[in-house]
Design a protein around this ligand. Structure first.
Ligand code: ATP
Ligand code: MG
Length: 390
């Protein structure tokens, strides 16, 4: 029996003239992601992508799991392909869904007839397929309102397709269709979630991580590489720039009024991220900040950080509670790594009483007394580029 994956487009189906670009990017992303699962033919028709194995070595299960994590798809299902005849559709439904029909107590049949030259209407076809199913599985009852299993039969241009209930896709828009942004990636819980959320809106990501050895350990950076690797199933992989931040951070510690230390450090991180971002074609910066979570995330502190550089800063978690963020972290599989206890550069040298309502004026005054530009340029220059592949 010929089997393939049918993947249904989400929000992008609503795009007007850009739609073809979105579809082409989605196909390209899928081709790239499915490479390691074997040889698949991927083609599109009627807002659906067909992912068909080209030989017996292609791993359908792996392809299905990867497709389910690819942004731009609302739903997907494995389906059997058959001839566009009543006999063939009935036989295929009974054989292909045998196991699921055996286990279900109730079912219904839903048919769609995109090919209007097919001699039966959708209703007539559903009735015939329902009768065929009932004649093979005597325990089954029809329940049109809350069936345990729905049998879908779709008569389309090239063939008919039979499948059970669809499973939800990852939603969002294909990665890259919204451009590229620099993700500030710490080893914490929040920033990997922010990465997932913005990749979902179609952004291609480049991660920037600040490390301050010997205050932060090599293990802390390895943890960040591990997080970037876990995100790769959603982002398709990315470059990770590890920035040596020790000298800059020490200069701020030694020359700034302690209550302003954190905001000054964050401005410095923003400027370096901006420099690197622009070097590699990023049009925005992403952080995992959430309003009032810590002293540096009050509105006043955020205003000061925002003023440090020109790229737009995206903060997808700004209105979320920690429990909501943790739920997503668990779902996307980054939580366990995030809670490993390694020092982040943001948690060293922190003053006992950080100012929660700094003014830009006092921040700029403090910065004027330090010569950070050179140190920041040097940090950006010496960033180590690590490729995180899918
Ligand atoms: P997270 O769980 O992401 O670490 P957090 O609540 O600990 O968040 P902060 O440490 O204040 O918050 O950091 C806020 C944001 O700043 C992070 O979400 C991340 O985007 C960025 N950030 C913090 N530390 C680093 C770092 N070492 N390298 C790059 N970005 C960082
Ligand atoms: Mg952190």
């Amino acid at each position: 029996m010929r089997e393939l994956i049918m993947a249904y487009q989400g929000e992008m189906a609503l795009k007007g003239l850009n739609r073809v670009t979105f579809e082409n990017t989605l196909v390209k992303n899928l081709r790239f992601r499915l490479k390691s699962a074997g040889d698949f033919k991927i083609y599109k028709a009627q807002s659906t992508l067909y992912i068909e194995p080209e030989n017996e070595y292609a791993d359908m299960q792996a392809a299905y799991e990867r497709t389910a994590k690819t942004f731009g798809l609302a739903a997907l299902s494995r389906a059997a392909v058959c001839e566009k005849t009543l006999e063939s559709i009935c036989e295929t439904a009974v054989a292909y869904l045998e196991e699921q029909l055996r286990e279900a107590a109730t079912f219904k049949v839903v048919c769609r007839r995109a090919d209007k030259s097919f001699p039966l209407t959708s209703m007539e076809l559903a009735r015939e397929v329902g009768a065929a199913v009932l004649s093979h599985f005597h325990h089954l009852k029809v329940d049109v309102h809350h069936p345990a299993l729905t049998v879908f039969c779709e008569v389309r241009d090239f063939a008919a397709y039979v499948h059970a209930d669809k499973t939800p896709g990852a939603g969002g828009l294909p990665v890259s269709t919204s451009g590229k942004a620099a993700l500030m990636l710490s080893g914490g819980i929040d920033s990997p979630v922010a990465a997932y959320m913005m990749a979902k809106r179609g952004l291609n990501l480049m991660a920037v991580h600040f490390a301050s050895p010997p205050y932060t350990s090599p293990r802390a950076q390895m943890k960040v590489e591990e997080l970037a690797q876990q995100l790769a199933v959603y982002t398709g992989g990315m470059a990770l720039l590890a920035v040596p931040f020790t000298k800059t951070q020490e200069a701020i510690r030694d020359n700034a009024p302690p209550p302003l230390f954190t905001v000054l450090m964050r401005r410095s991180m923003m400027r370096i991220t901006s420099t690197l971002g622009q070097k590699y074609g990023c049009e925005g910066i992403i952080t995992g900040e959430s309003l009032a979570q810590v002293a540096s995330q009050t509105l006043r502190a955020i205003a000061c950080t925002d003023a440090a550089q020109e790229l737009p800063v995206l903060r997808p978690l700004i209105g979320m509670d920690k429990t909501e963020i943790v739920d997503i972290a668990r779902r996307i599989g980054t939580f366990e790594t995030s809670i490993e206890p390694y020092e982040d550069c943001c948690t060293i040298f922190t003053p006992p009483h950080p100012k929660t309502k700094p003014s830009l004026q006092e921040i700029e005054k403090a910065e004027a007394g330090m010569d950070l530009a050179l140190l920041e340029a040097e940090a950006a220059e010496n960033a180590q580029r690590i490729m995180i592949n899918l």
